[in-house]
Design a protein around this ligand. Structure first.
Ligand code: TYM
Length: 352
């Protein structure tokens, strides 16, 4: 039996990218594995946010996990902040992490618009930030955002996970996690399993519907760019029908044709079919026909999730119970690893 662990940030609405690149595949790993699925609220405070919204979003996230097929009887679903050990292990790991590596992480550079040089985090954006709106905005280049990948490594290593199912955008973070595990094992002694990333063949990188050179993201300013799994059939139709393709009306699956390729990837992932085979089926039929068929497939696939989500949100006590049980199981495992880490680090054991 392998230990599977993965997490997602508590966004109120999971995107189709989160679903196809991540959550759907987590459900497929349930049989025969010990599965931990975390909701990383501590990661969520690295950017500006509203605490009241975060609280709401966490419960919505649990409901969406379950609605997408993560059976809480078979998996441990927990909040990161409910388990002691994530931030503690992150501290120990951070003492083995060169800050230069963190400044060079792609997501850090993208989120902060920095060059990746160590001295780029000089606080200038913070000092220059407009103070007119209250409350004061967070420094963009805050230490939490820089150390985000170290906390992510701790999320994984705290459970000695064997397998970490993620979308392609998390590959670099996973590599850092493997490096840190190896570094810890060398510096102290063998402690951590070196985890493997599990990246799906189709759906690993769902792109924006409006700019298919960019990843589909929850925070896209263009509301037609992102499909959310809780979108109504009308919203799904509007977004898919207005998805950007190109001037060539033929339906072919080619690397350079980002727009139509992305739609074929989505079609393929939703129907478990090869995108090339779908392209062949629509050969000579034009975009409108193809998009209408994709709308039908998306509406049909997502309707049961929406319905189940609505039912679950009626029963918040149940959602809280799921989190309570998940945290208890996760904590039990986390204590063991944390005690080992403390021992190896040379921390004196307290009298109990
Ligand atoms: P997050 O919350 O951005 O995304 C959750 C999962 O969804 C995948 N994903 C996508 N897959 C395909 N196409 C897309 N457009 C797309 N957008 C998102 C992500 O790859 C991810 O698997 N840092 C992580 C959360 C995290 C974590 C962890 C993950 C924290 N600790 C430990 C694994 C293990 C994140 O921000 O994911």
């Amino acid at each position: 039996m392998k230990t599977v662990l993965t997490c997602a940030q508590p966004t109120g609405n999971l995107t189709l990218g989160n679903y196809l690149g991540a959550v759907r595949n987590w459900a497929a790993l349930l049989p025969g594995n010990e599965c931990y699925f975390g909701i990383v609220d501590q990661h969520a405070i690295t950017t500006d946010y509203s605490p009241a919204e975060l609280r709401q979003n966490c419960l919505r996230c649990v409901a969406q996990y379950i609605a997408c097929g993560l059976d809480p009887e078979s998996a441990h679903i927990f909040m990161q902040s409910h388990v002691t050990g994530h931030t503690e292990l992150a501290w120990a790991l951070s003492c083995l992490t060169p800050v230069g590596d963190l400044f060079r992480m792609t997501q850090f550079k993208e989120k902060t618009g920095s060059s990746g040089a160590v001295d780029s985090g000089d606080g200038a954006p913070w000092q220059n930030a407009s103070l007119s709106g209250k409350p004061q905005p967070k420094p963009l280049m805050n230490g939490g955002l820089l150390y985000y990948p170290v906390l992510m490594a701790a999320d994984i290593l705290l459970y000695n996970a064997d397998v970490v199912p993620v979308g392609e955008d998390q590959k670099q973070h996973l590599e850092l996690c493997r490096d840190l595990a190896q570094r810890f094992n060398h510096y102290y002694s063998d402690t951590f399993t070196i985890p493997d990333a599990y990246i799906p063949e189709t759906g690993a990188r769902i792109m924006s519907l409006q700019d298919p050179s960019r990843k589909m993201s929850k925070s896209d300013a263009n509301e037609r760019a992102t499909l959310f799994i809780l979108d109504t059939p009308e919203q799904i139709k509007k977004k898919i029908m207005s998805a950007v393709t190109d001037s060539d009306s033929a339906i072919t699956y080619e690397p350079a044709r980002h727009g139509i390729r992305n739609l074929l990837d989505i079609f393929g992932a939703l129907t478990n079919r090869a995108p090339k085979e779908i392209a062949a089926e629509f050969d000579g039929r034009g975009y409108a026909d193809f998009k209408n068929a994709l709308v039908d497939v998306a509406v049909e696939s997502l309707a049961p999730i929406r319905q189940k989500f609505d039912e679950l949100m009626e029963n918040k006590d149940f959602l809280q119970q799921v989190l309570q049980q998940g945290a208890a199981a996760a904590q039990k495992r986390a204590w063991k690893i944390l005690a080992k880490v403390h021992r190896k680090a040379g921390f004196l054991e307290p009298l109990r």
